[in-house]
Write a protein that binds this ligand. Structure first.
Ligand SMILES: [Zn+2]
Ligand SMILES: [Zn+2]
Length: 224
């Protein structure tokens, strides 16, 4: 059996370098330090982290194998760790934004921690093994990234609204239809709203997302 550990190491290194050198990410870090970020910035950060991961997978991983046929054991060795790396990157971004928001609202609360979803990792790994890399890697990576932002925002909202803080939710439609040719996505539109109280927002499914959805979800905190 071939050992793919060295390959994996170089992929992680390349991903971190690309993220570290990205001007948008650098700007995001600066804005975080200055306390000037928004939830939208966290989604843009997540999208960038997802694109970069997709790039790393397609350009450096798949192209490593002449015919693009990646052996199953290489996928097993590499993909779960890359997804873990992306998770850590995206979580650091949304955590920073959430904590800026908390400070702005006058509370010193740390962000809730969202662990990596092992079931999802398994699902994606199996997907790559079955479908090869004809799958839309960019879509898979950015969806995972956005969903982690959603989950973090939703978990923090749940904790905060349960601890006597007034919290409202705003969801901004991204203007994209589910299918090509459709002018709008009713599924998303029915989950959009402005300054909706937490309980109602949760019941409306404002924290849910379908594959390819780019809606922006924001929470607004104020002391009761
Ligand atoms: Zn939609
Ligand atoms: Zn949407």
């Amino acid at each position: 059996m071939t050992d793919y550990k060295a390959l994996l190491k170089s992929l992680i290194k390349a991903y971190r370098r690309k993220i570290g050198n990205d001007p948008e990410i650098q700007r995001f870090d600066t804005l975080c330090k200055e306390g000037k970020v928004s939830f939208e910035d966290a989604y843009n950060f997540a999208k960038k982290a997802g694109f970069t991961m997709s790039d790393t997978i397609m350009k450096m991983f798949v192209e490593r194998f002449d015919d693009g046929e990646v052996p199953g054991e290489a996928i097993d060795e590499v993909i779960p760790t890359l997804l873990k790396e992306q998770h850590a990157t995206v979580f650091a971004g949304i955590k920073a934004v959430q904590e800026v928001m908390n400070r702005k609202a006058g509370i010193g609360m740390k962000s809730a921690v969202i662990p990596l979803d092992d079931k999802k990792v398994k699902e994606v790994t199996t997907h790559f093994k079955e479908a090869g890399f004809n799958v839309d890697t960019e879509r898979v990576a950015t969806d995972l990234a956005r969903m982690l932002v959603d989950k973090t925002i939703a978990k923090n909202a749940e904790i905060q609204s349960g601890s006597g803080l007034k919290l409202t939710v705003t969801r901004i439609y991204d203007g994209i239809g589910i299918d090509h040719g459709k002018t709008s996505c009713e599924w998303c539109l029915s989950r959009c709203g402005e300054d909706v109280p937490y309980d109602k927002a949760k019941a409306m499914g404002m924290f849910q997302r379908h594959p390819g959805c780019g809606c922006i979800i924001e929470t607004h905190l104020s002391k009761r």
